[in-house]
Ligand binder design. Structure first.
Ligand code: WT7
Length: 631
């Protein structure tokens, strides 16, 4: 599935001359060439479109020893001023900022003026709980307006948010709280998923036990009918909001080049998720410019991105990037097949969505349900399609384009939690090749290289590296600078993305998947070591190995091999029990799909598990050089 071959030469889709003419990037080749010759001017021009209380003195201060890129040095500003206040001040207060569709079909529409007001009230509540500039706040909320508002409220105060996906288990939340040590944890009484009520508060309460740094638990009520018995340190948002009703809103906190905006935890190659740290001003510039130019945003657009703000896609392309561009954003809770497979198509019809930014797994799922579903709805309002998270295979590419009219640009965007912004992408004005994410965003110097960082020739597979700094680059790994260094020293001279790809003669990227121990299940990033660590906490499991196995719908699925403790061999745990164990430790997204109970695992002489061998066997491929194998 991850393997995409370069397309046949005829498999190139040209944009209409009209689309090119009207696009924000009418001459990609010229713009890219200029941006590489003079990246400073390219980013300066974009920074000028944003508003600051003090302008920067230096666009970029790059330290090639520590690999820290300080962007907009000397500037002072706040991302929420640019995302909210500014639009209201310019007369767009009545424009819809957010349309929300809940799991049960309930809807809410919020204008820019209202979103600003809610953000201010939320920030005053946080302030009341002692939160100020530089303080940390964890947000464990389902995809709802409150989640967006909580993020913006932190940003406004200069507090650092860490949003934790609301589908994570208590143990997964707890380990993040232990690392992040937030002063406040924000949660809701309940969440809803496929019509079922999920006791979110219970999960948050359990996770908070032992996380001593969390002094307050702030509860946003969703159900609102059952009176809550509050434990010490717990507060109802509604009550605190009433108490700050008459307080002076104050100005957004002025933030500088060295002030973080958020930490977002993501999986890597060790058992512990890493806190990716993004900086306030640079992140603002990168997400602003990419959203504007890639999605070609206009005031008349209704923009629908299917992600959860709990992941980086939601941070950059539901919350910050679109709001910075004064977009009308549709946020949908729930899954694309609940209550039925028409969920997204009907939202598109109902809200006249013009830009639909989806994922390969969603597209393949909708494809399974067939052409009749999109046909039932009037989706002619669409003008741009997007995809992100994993390779979009040509079959799904063609289907998506065909059922949406056969003429829309399909923007397959490549980027990562670490990059913060889209790095490789087609534009509405550029030719497209099915299976390709196109070419680099202007100003981005990305390459496909060998182990010595030498560019590989077209058609050859190599590792994806980024050679120069970009505005929304992460600054460090929270509390782990050594892990940050590793990104820049793995292949000396560039940032190591962990992906492999090949480029064709025209410079189009075809991403092939990860080269490290990261699995992508339905676009979600999971570390094999994380899954293995969770497995061996089971009392009967002695050793475990996890691999990603290609899957038609989800891109990859998790297959695990476990070795039992001798004492457990007579009464081995059932597959369901093992699955449930991982669910409890990490959450439903990490649940293994296939389990093999084995007597031993292939290891090197130094005792490292050779997942490569397990994977090759699983896929019926040659096992490669096994000379270092112990068993
Ligand atoms: C990894 C990053 C970027 C937001 C969502 C995921 C894979 C992402 C594509 C794409 C092929 C892709 C890569 C990357 N990936 N977009 N268009 N084509 N692969 O963020 O969780 O940090 O994962 O997702 O493997 O390294 P993330």
């Amino acid at each position: 599935m991850a393997e995409t071959s370069p397309p046949h030469p005829s498999d190139i889709f040209l944009p209409s001359p009209d689309a090119v003419h009207r696009s924000r990037v009418p001459d990609y080749d010229g713009l890219y060439a200029r941006s590489i010759a003079d990246p400073h001017s390219f980013w300066e021009e974009r920074a000028r479109l944003l508003s600051f209380t003090r302008r920067h003195e230096t666009l970029l201060d790059w330290n090639p020893v520590t690999f820290e890129g300080r962007w907009l040095v000397g500037a002072q500003g706040n991302i929420t001023h640019n995302a909210l206040d500014r639009h209201v001040a310019e007369g767009y207060g009545t424009k819809t900022a957010l349309i929300w569709s809940g799991d049960g079909g309930e809807e809410e529409s919020i204008t820019y003026a209202e979103l600003l007001e809610r953000t201010i009230r939320f920030s005053l509540v946080l302030k009341k709980l002692g939160v100020g500039k530089g303080d940390r706040v964890a947000i464990f909320l389902p995809p709802t307006p409150a989640q967006v508002v909580a993020m913006l409220a932190c940003a406004r105060l200069g507090a650092i948010h860490a949003v934790v996906f609301s589908g994570f288990s208590q143990a997964a939340l707890k380990s993040r709280l232990e690392d992040f040590e937030p002063r406040v944890l924000v949660t809701a009484d309940v969440a809803y998923r496929r019509g079922k009520t999920i006791p979110l508060l219970e999960t948050a309460r359990k996770a908070r036990e032992g996380a001593a740094a969390v002094t307050s638990l702030l509860i946003v009520e969703r159900k609102g009918d059952s009176p809550h018995t509050l434990l010490p340190g717990e507060h109802l948002f509604s009550e605190l909001r009433d108490s700050v009703r008459h307080e002076n809103p104050g100005d957004p906190e002025p933030m500088g080049a060295d002030d973080p905006l958020f930490v977002l935890y993501t999986s890597g190659t060790t058992g512990k998720p890493k806190g990716i740290v993004h900086m306030h001003l640079g992140y603002m510039l990168g997400t602003f410019a990419t959203t504007r130019e890639i999605f070609d945003l206009r005031d008349s657009d209704v923009y629908f991105c299917v992600a959860d703000p709990g992941w980086i896609t939601g941070h950059s392309y539901i919350v910050y990037g679109p709001l910075l561009n004064r977009a009308t954003v549709l946020l949908a809770e729930g899954t694309p097949d609940y209550p039925d497979a028409g969920r997204h198509w009907s939202l598109i019809e109902r809200h006249r969505v013009t830009i639909y930014y989806s994922t390969p797994t969603t597209i393949r799922l909708l494809m399974r349900f067939g052409d009749d579903w999109p046909k039932k709805f009037d989706i002619r309002c669409l003008r741009i399609l997007g995809s992100v998270g994993e390779p979009l295979n040509p079959e799904a590419w063609h289907w998506f384009r065909r059922v949406t009219g056969g003429h829309l640009p399909l923007i397959d965007t490549w980027w990562q939690t670490e990059t913060g912004m889209i790095m490789v992408t087609p534009f509405v004005s550029t030719p497209e090749k099915p299976g390709s994410a196109g070419r680099p965003f202007p100003g981005v110097q990305i390459d496909v290289v060998d182990a010595k960082c030498r560019t590989v020739p077209p058609g050859e597979t190599g590792t994806v590296v980024i050679r120069t700094p970009w505005p929304s680059m992460f600054r460090t790994v929270f509390r782990d600078p050594e892990r940050y260094r590793k990104y820049w020293t793995e292949i000396p001279g560039a940032f190591f993305s962990g992906d492999s790809a090949r480029r064709d003669e025209d410079g189009y990227f075809f991403f092939l998947g990860r080269v490290d121990d990261v699995i992508k299940v339905a676009g979600h990033r999971l570390g094999t070591a994380e899954i293995e660590s969770a497995l061996i906490t089971h009392p009967h499991i002695a050793e475990a190995a996890a691999i990603g196995k290609p899957h038609e719908l989800k891109g990859e699925i998790i297959k695990v091999f476990v070795v039992l403790h001798p004492h457990a061999e007579k009464t081995p745990p059932g597959h369901d029990e093992i699955k449930k164990h991982v669910r409890t430790e990490l959450g439903a997204i990490a649940e293994p799909h296939e389990i093999d109970i084995v007597v031993s695992l292939p290891k090197t002489r130094s005792g490292k598990i050779m997942r490569r061998v397990l994977k090759a066997r699983e896929m019926g491929l040659p096992e490669g050089d096994l000379s270092t194998l112990e068993d």
